[in-house]
Design a protein around this ligand. Structure first.
Ligand code: URA
Length: 209
């Protein structure tokens, strides 16, 4: 598995906003969208393009366009939606498949509660959006679903990961590429990433207890 920790200054700047406990919902949402877009910019390198040509105001120019239908965005509900917000404007016509995997707050075990994965997604490159790769449980479940659905390739975009989650994903799906803004130190007793950024879903949607 390829692990890519992206040091781009704009991504690190967004991460600083996300980590700061004093960041409110609106600023958190905007920074999560920005982080999603910047991770997608890196993770989408190498996607196939098609040659074409257009008339500029001054003449003919050869152009390359992203090949239609090559990718599927897969936000993991709920926090992945915050990243999707930044990614979609870059690929406005992209297919979006939804996977809902929640983790039990007591056991940290994942369970799937929603899936909308069209048959047309098979054979495409899946970009899984989930800001937190903690134990890896949620992503293992999601990647398993996508693998079984016949995706050509699976790339995972997370803002912060713990080594435990990276190890679990690498062990089960060595071919998956992972793109991160930061690899943190580990997990606390509740399986939250340390220092992390707290509960990404709650902070993004203003549902903090
Ligand atoms: N999910 C989160 O939102 N934060 C963590 O630290 C771990 C899982």
């Amino acid at each position: 598995m390829g692990l890519h920790v992206i040091e781009h200054p704009l991504l690190q700047d967004a991460l600083a906003v996300l980590r700061d406990r004093s960041t409110g919902t609106a600023a958190f949402r905007a920074a999560l969208a920005r982080a999603g877009a910047l991770l997608f910019q890196e993770a989408s390198a190498g996607l196939p393009t098609e040659a074409g040509s257009v008339e500029t105001p001054l003449g003919r120019a050869e152009v390359r366009r992203l090949r239609p239908g090559v990718l599927t965005l897969v936000p993991v509900l709920r926090a992945g939606l915050g990243m999707l917000e930044g990614v979609l404007p870059m690929v406005p016509g992209a297919r979006v498949a939804h996977v809902g995997v929640r983790r039990d707050e007591e056991t940290a075990e994942p369970s799937e509660y929603y899936r909308n994965l069209p048959a047309s997604a098979a054979g495409t490159v899946a970009f899984v959006l989930d800001p937190m790769l903690a134990t890896g449980g949620t992503l293992l479940e999601t990647v398993g679903i996508l693998d079984a659905a016949g995706m050509a390739e699976i790339r995972v975009l997370s803002v912060v990961a713990a080594p435990e989650g990276v190890r679990a994903l690498r062990g089960a799906f060595p071919e998956v590429e992972v793109f991160l803004a930061a690899l943190d130190g580990g997990l606390d007793a509740r399986k939250y990433i340390l220092p992390g950024l707290g509960d990404a879903g709650d902070r993004c949607f203003g549902t903090e207890p």
